[in-house]
Design a protein. Structure first.
Length: 73
């Protein structure tokens, strides 16, 4: 499954300054790099795992997002 760079992936900035590229369909972290453009090759090569897609599709509506409580330290 080929993906459009700007639509298929979300980017998360890490504390160390690196950026994670996460597929919005299968929720896999595709790559981690120091700059957005460095992620593009891995994003172009990414193909969602059919098993993961089927699992998420099967559980759609039953998955709950859990939010961690802020640390009190």
């Amino acid at each position: 499954m080929a993906h459009a760079y700007t639509l298929q992936f979300t980017h998360r900035l890490n504390d160390d300054g690196t950026i994670d590229s996460i597929c919005r369909d299968c929720f896999t972290t595709v790559a981690t790099a120091k700059s957005g453009p460095a992620l593009e090759d891995e994003e172009r090569r990414h193909s969602c795992d059919a098993y993961l897609l089927e699992r998420y599709k099967k559980n759609h509506g039953t998955l709950k997002i859990l939010h961690a409580e802020p640390s009190s330290t």
